[in-house]
Design a protein around this ligand. Structure first.
Ligand code: UD1
Ligand code: CA
Length: 431
């Protein structure tokens, strides 16, 4: 059985600098919310995790989002945002009787990786720590809490920027806002925190002093990569974080043998797996979870919106949008096409301008389109789902297909071509 771990995710803050009616933690990177990235990073830890999200600003919206997407994450309300220490205090009743470790993470740090959280946990366990603070180094530490160490290099306090002396402001080691606590030993700290600081807030960071006073073991785990703890406070931060996330992932893909022609104009969600020798052409935008096999060609100007599987040697070309679709091997979807909620077989040719009409706006239902192996769909066709095009079948160009097409058959729904001899001449009065 996996070891238990409980996590508290702080997400009640106002996010004033986002200048948004949407709660900060619901802003998105690659179609996933900030808090979603954090919860997923925690959930991928090799532990039996249980998450508690502290919510406040826009609570009903955040709660609804969590209920719909992360059912196993409990939400607890922080009525007034009186500080990070006060936020954690709201989760104390939910952890009644729990004796294991508690991980605390801010809900606005979407770049944090599971591996780094795991390193923090291992460091904490290996060193028998009671409270481990994840710290990192910044050349410009402005805005962050500074880590104060004594001459024996032990962490004795965290001082917020606004409370720091000039000398303390020179310190480059900062608090990332990520902690691991021996809950049994630390839980009573939260009823004893004071707000006697420049912001009149109950600081979570004060648990360091509390733990030292209680003679507990306090350690700092220094995260090497300071960008992973990058917090989102503004739209500019959001754009920067998106760029960091995408650049890192594109580099990883290139290292693994994927050709990215123009990384500057290519956006690929880190949840999309791509195998080697696939080529991604410029201006391609891929969000959500997808799997693209080797030797495919994607783009230029392709939009893949999640839940797609593309098998070997297939081509997805310009102005093609794909969503919730399975494209088998050696299939071409090369121009101006929408394939949504569809299963396309192998060696299929989808002509330019093909549309899967997957949505019934009256019943609000989405239906699937199936195209079997070796079928050919003529240009400018509409496949009205639910519908199946059989193996080796042929749909003539500009057909609107509303009924299944049997294998090896031709479906044609357009009007027949007529020719009126000398029509132009007649019109011009020449005849
Ligand atoms: C906090 C830390 C600082 C650290 C920095 C790292 C404190 C006092 N300071 O500062 O040492 O360097 O994070 O990014 O902890 N929140 C609540 N309820 C509240 C206040 C905040 O849930 O009452 C949440 C926010 O939604 C946010 C997180 O806590 O997700 C951090 O709050 P924020 O105000 O951004 O703290 P910082 O000033 O950045
Ligand atoms: Ca912050």
């Amino acid at each position: 059985m996996k070891r238990q771990l409980k996590a508290i995710i702080l997400g009640a803050g106002r996010g004033t600098r986002m200048k948004s009616s949407l709660p900060k933690v619901l802003h998105q990177i690659f179609s996933k919310t900030l808090i979603g990235w954090v919860i997923d990073a925690i959930s991928a830890l090799p532990y039996e995790t249980e998450n508690i999200a502290v919510i406040g600003h826009g609570a009903s919206e955040v709660e609804e989002y969590l209920n719909n997407n992360y059912k196993y994450t409990k939400a607890v309300l922080q009525q007034k945002q009186l500080g990070t220490g006060h936020a954690v205090a709201q989760a104390v009743p939910l952890l009644h009787g729990y004796c294991g470790d508690v991980l605390i993470v801010c809900g606005d740090t979407p770049l944090i990786k599971t591996r780094t959280l795991n390193n923090l946990i291992n460091y904490h366990l290996d060193n028998n720590s009671d409270l481990t603070v994840m710290t990192t180094m910044f050349d410009d530490p402005t805005g962050y809490g500074r880590i104060i160490r004594n001459t024996s290099d032990e962490i004795v306090a965290i001082v917020e920027q606004k409370d720091a002396t000039e000398e303390q402001q020179e310190i480059k080691e900062v608090n990332t806002g990520i902690y691991l606590l021996n809950w049994n030993k630390l839980k009573s700290a939260f009823s004893e925190l004071k707000n006697d600081n420049s912001q009149c807030e109950y600081y979570l960071t004060d648990i360091v002093k509390w733990a030292r006073y209680a003679q507990l073991r306090v350690l700092g785990y220094v995260a090497k990569d300071n960008l992973e703890t990058y917090g989102i406070n503004s739209r500019k931060n959001l754009a920067t974080a998106s760029k960091i996330m995408k650049d890192r992932y594109l580099e990883e893909l290139m290292e693994n043998g994927v050709t990215i022609i123009d990384p500057d104009t290519t956006f690929i969600s880190p949840e999309t797996k791509i195998s080697s020798d696939t080529i991604i052409y410029p201006n391609t935008f891929i969000t959500g979870k997808n799997k693209i096999a080797s030797n495919c060609k994607i783009g230029p100007m392709t939009h893949i919106r999640g839940n797609c599987i593309i098998e070997e040697y297939s081509k997805i070309g310009n102005f093609v949008e794909l969503k919730n679709a399975h494209i088998a091997k050696n299939t071409n979807v090369c121009h101006l096409t929408y394939i949504g909620d569809a299963d396309i077989g192998s060696h299929v040719n989808i002509g330019a301008g093909t549309i899967c009409a997957n949505y019934n706006s009256i019943t609000k239902e989405k239906n699937r389109t199936t195209v079997k192996d070796n079928a050919s769909i003529g240009s400018n066709s509409v496949l009205v789902a639910p519908v199946e095009i059989g193996k080796n079948a042929f749909v003539a160009a500009m057909s609107c297909v509303t009924k299944n097409v049997s294998p090896n058959s031709l479906a044609i729904t357009r009007g027949q071509q007529k020719e009126i001899k000398d029509w132009v001449k007649t019109k011009k009065g020449e005849k």
